[in-house]
Ligand binder design. Sequence first.
Ligand SMILES: [Zn+2]
Length: 425
Amino acid sequence: MRPELSRPSMPRGSMPPLEVNGRLYRWPTRPTAVVCFDGCDPSYLAAASAAGMIPVLDRMRREGFSATALAAMPTFTNPNNISIVCGVPPAVHGVSGNFYIDRASGREVMMVDAAPMRAPTILSAFSLAGAKVAAVTAKDKLRRALGHDLAGIAFSAERADLATQAENGIADVPALAGRPAPDPYSADLSLFVLDAGVRLVETLRPDLIYLSLSDYVQHKHAPEDPEALAFMAAVDARLGQLVAAGAVVGLVADHGMTDMANPDGSPSVLYLGDAMDAAFGAGAMRVVCPITDPFVRHHGALGGFVRVHLAATDRPAEEVATFVRTLPGVAVALTREEVCARFDLPPDREGDVAVIAEKGVALGARGADHDVSQLAGRRLRSHGGLSEQSVPFVLSHPLRRGADAVVQPLRNYDIFALALNEVEA
Ligand SMILES: [Zn+2]
């Protein structure tokens, strides 16, 4: 059940700041829209800007605020979306991938079904304090996590036609957006999120709105491809509509995107599961690729970060990590304690050894576990490692205190803090 709304009678500007997960957030005095531009590597902005395709973003970067921020590790979609809406890293909210292996039972547990979230979201906190809040996502799975305890509007483009007042706080989304629900496997899924967001800002004037796109285009197309440039231009036009509707707009990405193909176009993959079987015996280790669900063969489920569980071996994790570091294509191999300390990750959802690939290399389990045929001749483009940690961080308006407002290193999950607390609106 969705919680009920209660509206505060005080003007927004005189409301005391809200504390969420140990951070303070001022009440917005005008609609504040945060866009998670899924997979928007800084190279997409650079290419589109050079081609003259993103005048709105160019102006935001020139007249507002622009920086490069760090995404949370691993650089996957769900941990970063949850970090952004919670304002804290995965160690606090518990979502460090799409699924994890329960260390006691050995079973796969999904992390995005809200129950394993250990922290409230900024969206929920404001909505329960009486703010008008909306969240629109591309995929419905993410909507369920982001809409957790949200007393407001939360729907996905994927299920736009199925939204109901009871479940989503809104019905007949296609009528709002002015067009039918989009194909979930299309660039249009993200554009629908933005179109609906623009209409919501224009009509409902939410205090806070979070718009989370999909990285469908970036997985398929390099920054200079005409399809990528056209997508950037289409997003840019809608950001312009949000600004024109009077919103403060903040834009970050959940992760970058890297070409992980060999010169001949075949995917550049280190099948860590096969390497572990060869070195330690078949089945001694379990390699987990938490970039996607265990039952979805999305993009071959290949990315730059995997977890190794020492299933049937008494080898110490340090020894296994030392061995993994010798494999070509591996950049970093850390024990559970090391990776959690370095990247603010929840220890109970880690494996025994975390492995991060070198730039341009994807990590897999066993070759037989991955279906790369669905790439259909395209080059593999993916994310998950350190090479995809740098992301754009852009605000439509300048910061009141200028650079003094920015605590380094800037994180993508600082976007609500800067947009609400530091913008000269
Ligand atoms: Zn993503």
